[in-house]
Design a protein around this ligand. Structure first.
Ligand code: PA5
Length: 411
């Protein structure tokens, strides 16, 4: 995974970027050496993250064989990373259908999901760090009741997996009922939990290659540690400089609808980490080219406060050719023989030129292909960049005190 910065050249002076990158590099060093356990920095290594890999692999294999449906119950950091990967790598997926619950309080979603479960072999993974969130809590209760009517206690014990912290109510429930308990490391916050059992177990059930994924994470970890000009530092420095110049909104965009949940994961990571103390650029996302026909107008000519980061993937999963047409009634024969992905790449290039000309600085995060390995690199790169960027801003990127306000009112 690499980063291209030619779309910010005319917005940032070289000497400013150099100075800001040096600052970002010092912050990275401090961050990677920080020993303060209260700062939930367990995501910096894989030591604590990947506990219980063998147990997870065995259970995931059983679920792949036995389940028709696997329901992931969790919200925010407790489901986004797994969902991002599962949705992005759809064509590599094996095993049961995967559904998501407990990420909203929608009566529509829960009732339709329960309908879909009818007559199927169902396994569930309830992920909640401290089990103090109403969305997954209430949905777990509804699912337990649904399962009680269809399975024996023993069967339920086999079909329910819970992922929480040691000492949480979820762990107590697991012990009382005999559910498999997976550890959500205390030292890792939800949105930084992609490479812990929170993200790993669901992707194993989905038949994605967790070894390849962890390998990607490790590659990025090592590169970022050694390299003073790594992509996390560059990205954090550029977005910080642009923010200082009042580019208050950053849009993460891609040209592939399958990446929508990757973008959602990024929105959470940066939104919850940086939006504090009345600071932080507002993270938004879009899927082009569809959204170019709606938000595209604003992006090109609205208030100049937007910066744009494109996730650009080299090799497409599918190659579909546009055919020649003898009658050429639509006058589109100039496209004949071109692949849709080639046209999509031209849309990407055309958009970059238009937006940079129109006053939108543009960064490009390039992935050679969309694989578990590169997603592992991408996740670590963004997590580290977010830690650096939030620290540069002067906020704590690892807490989320603001999330409690709505919860308290709701309670
Ligand atoms: O990043 C975070 O910490 C949050 O988004 C949490 O993941 C989210 O609020 C869900 O919390 P919990 O796992 O405790 O249900």
């Amino acid at each position: 995974v690499s980063i291209l910065l030619d779309g910010v050249d005319e917005y940032i002076k070289e000497e400013d970027l150099k100075e800001c990158s040096q600052k970002a590099s010092q912050i990275q060093k401090k961050l990677l050496e920080d020993k303060d356990e209260s700062r939930v920095l367990g995501w910096r290594t894989l030591e604590e993250s990947a506990v219980g890999l063998d147990v997870m692999r065995k259970k995931a294999e059983e679920i792949r064989k036995m389940a028709d449906v696997f329901v992931i119950v969790g919200v925010g950091g407790s489901n986004q990373a797994a969902r991002a990967m599962i949705e992005a790598l759809k064509e590599e997926r094996k095993g049961p259908e995967i559904l998501y619950l407990g990420n909203t309080l929608s009566p529509y979603t829960i009732s339709h999901t329960l309908e879909k479960l009818e007559g199927k072999s169902v396994y569930i993974d309830v992920i909640a760090k401290n089990f103090e969130t109403l969305e997954p809590g209430s949905h777990f209760r509804i699912l337990r009741q649904w399962m009680r009517k269809r399975y024996t206690k023993q069967e339920m014990a086999n079909r329910i997996i819970v992922t929480g912290t040691v000492g949480s109510r979820l762990e107590e429930i697991a012990k009382e009922q005999g559910y498999l308990f997976l550890q959500f490391p205390v030292s890792v916050g939800g949105r930084y939990s992609a490479f812990t059992p929170v993200g790993l177990f669901p992707i194993m059930v989905a038949g994605l290659d967790e070894r390849e994924f962890l390998n990607g994470v490790l590659t990025a970890m090592e590169d970022c540690k050694k390299n003073d000009e790594n992509i996390a530092i560059q990205y954090a420095a550029v977005r910080n400089l642009l923010y200082q110049k009042h580019y208050d909104i950053e849009m993460l965009v891609s040209f592939e609808p399958q990446y929508a949940y990757l973008e959602k994961w990024w929105v959470q990571l940066f939104g919850e980490s940086e939006g504090k103390d009345k600071k932080g650029s507002f993270p938004a996302c879009a899927i082009y080219s569809e959204d170019l026909h709606s938000m595209g107008q604003y992006i090109q000519q609205g208030v100049r406060m937007l910066m744009e980061t494109v996730i650009s993937v080299g090799k497409p999963h599918y190659q579909v050719q546009i055919p020649s047409d003898a009658a050429n009634l639509d006058k589109l024969n100039f496209l004949a023989g071109k692949r849709v992905d080639e046209v999509n790449k031209m849309a990407e290039l055309g958009t970059q030129i238009a937006h940079v000309d129109g006053g939108v600085p543009n960064m490009k995060v390039c992935m050679p292909a969309l694989t578990a390995q590169y997603i592992g690199q991408l996740f670590y790169f963004f997590e580290l960049a977010c830690g650096i960027s939030g620290s540069m801003l002067g906020v704590n990127p690892f807490d989320q005190p603001g999330v409690e306000a709505y919860k308290n009112n709701m309670f």
